[in-house]
Design a protein around this ligand. Structure first.
Ligand code: GLN
Length: 486
């Protein structure tokens, strides 16, 4: 029962093979059994069982219309959930109970979903290994033996919960790769929509011009169903787009014959492992066999995407995180005498090292004298990167690359200096910088039995192409489902 996809679970529920209460209980039991994965920060067991019961009643009465009615989902802990603690992985929000619901989670609730809990994540979504969370590391369910692998980040808890079958699907958020990179590390599907496709209302902000919510699922079809529910314009977020939302699931199974798939030569990184290259070639073979044409393209400014990202995102973060001052909500340091001391001590004690580093970098690049040299420059680079993609999409329909430059690494063996850690995002950040949609699809296991993923990047608002191509890749890659958790 625990390995069911959204699509399958919905059928089983409607055919009354299982009840939502049974399904929900099954996941809650598994979450306790595999608590060492540390995928969740907060569980909402009672609420989950109560809403599962309501779903069962709707199904029994024949009035169940929601796409996700009775389906147990996990929610990344940066989506505000009314009445349920939301920490963003930070000590500074350890006691924060939101008074309202984020648009994305509200849409899921409106579709009948059952929320079983809030998933662990890197603090304020800053990280690539889920080792910056105040609530401890998350373990990748693919770990074997003594080596405990990271799940990727920042949506590491969501990725571990989906791949370890501790929920049917989960929300993630992607500012520089945080949906796609952990999806690749954990062998699941992760889709980052076009910037503006989904509302950011009620998401804890990291870098507002890049942040985007996205589905993390077991199948491409599920990603289509999930995306359908969370997409659309929201008057509460002025950056959400009025663009119409197509029927994403109708692109599942559509042929890719004669489609042109670009492979950017700049993505053959120096020093990239031959296994990653082989996985990429396997993907090209699959798509070619399905009738698509593989075409080499150039995205000449790709190498500047990561540096631009690590200027733009900390700059925005330094402004967004100014609100955590101990005054309005969240953690407040004790034994303080003055207002300034309260700000200083609260932020000193409430934020972790990585968050402080980003605030420092962000404040620096925005400071008088450096603003033009760093921040303005990064925005100029952003324009060039966007132009690269515009040019590329004149020649090809979609782009295919590896999702990550390596497979998951072991906890304790992660790169020790921050810049090497940032290199994890080198293949994913370009899509964020250009505002484009991307999907990661598992392709194979490497020699160490660790999942590898490939990424498709499509033109703006063409998530339909991601579904169409992702599905073909998924069906032909025959990536194994994780059966046992060590
Ligand atoms: N790993 C990247 C970072 O640390 C991306 C994070 C994200 O997408 N939220 O900034």
């Amino acid at each position: 029962m625990h390995t069911l996809s959204i699509y399958e679970a919905r059928r089983w529920l409607l055919e009354k093979k299982i009840s939502s209460v049974e399904l929900t209980q099954c996941f809650l039991d598994r979450i306790h059994r595999y608590s060492h994965l540390n995928a969740y920060i907060t569980l909402s067991e009672e609420q989950a069982l109560a809403s599962a019961k309501k779903s069962d009643e709707r199904i029994a009465a024949g009035s169940s219309t929601g796409e996700l009615d009775g389906i147990p989902l996990a929610i990344k802990d940066l989506f505000l959930t009314k009445g349920v603690r939301t920490t963003a992985g930070s000590k500074i929000l350890h006691n924060f109970i939101p008074p309202f619901e984020s648009t994305v989670s509200q849409k899921l609730l409106d579709a009948g979903a059952v929320f079983i809990g809030k998933t662990n994540m890197d603090e304020f979504a800053m990280g690539s290994a889920n080792i910056t969370s105040h609530y401890g590391n998350v373990i990748n369910p693919w770990s074997q033996g003594d080596k405990k692998l990271v799940p990727g980040g920042s949506s590491g808890g969501s990725a571990a919960a989906v791949s370890g079958h501790l929920c049917v699907a989960a929300t993630g958020s992607d500012t520089g790769g945080s949906v796609r990179q952990p999806a690749a590390f954990c062998g699941i599907i992760g889709l980052k929509p076009t910037y503006g496709r989904c509302s950011r209302y009620g998401m804890v902000a990291f870098a507002s011009s890049l942040d985007q919510a996205g589905p993390m699922t077991k199948t491409v079809r599920d990603a289509a169903i999930f995306l359908q529910v969370i997409s659309g314009h929201d008057p509460k977020d002025s950056t959400s787009s009025p663009e119409s939302v197509p029927d994403f699931a109708s692109f599942v199974g559509k042929t890719v014959e004669k489609m042109k798939i670009g492979v950017p030569k700049e993505y053959f990184l120096e020093g990239m492992s031959s296994e990653i290259e082989d996985a990429w070639k396997k993907g090209m073979d699959i798509m070619r066999d399905a009738g698509a044409k593989i075409i080499e393209i150039s995205l000449p400014h790709s190498k500047y995407a990561l540096p631009a990202y690590y200027i733009i995102s900390p700059a925005e973060a330094s402004a967004n995180l100014a609100r955590y001052d101990g005054l309005r909500y969240g953690f407040r340091a004790e034994n303080i005498k003055t207002l300034i001391e309260m700000y200083e001590k609260t932020r000193e004690e409430g934020f972790g090292d990585e968050v402080k580093r980003r605030i420092l970098v962000g404040t620096y690049v925005l400071s008088a004298g450096y603003y033009d040299a760093y921040y303005t420059k990064a925005l100029q680079v952003q324009k060039l990167i966007k132009r690269d993609f515009t040019e590329a999409f004149k020649k090809v329909d979609i782009i295919m690359t590896p999702t990550t430059p390596s497979s998951a690494f072991a906890i304790g063996e992660e790169p020790k200096d921050p810049v090497s850690m940032y290199l994890n995002d080198v293949l994913t950040v370009t899509a964020n910088i250009a505002g484009l949609p991307g999907i990661s699809v598992p392709i194979c296991l490497d020699k160490l039995n660790r999942p590898l993923g490939l990424q498709f990047i499509a033109p703006k608002f063409r998530e339909d192409l991601l579904i169409q191509h992702g599905y073909i890749l998924e069906q032909n890659a025959s990536f194994p489902t994780l059966r046992e958790i060590a």
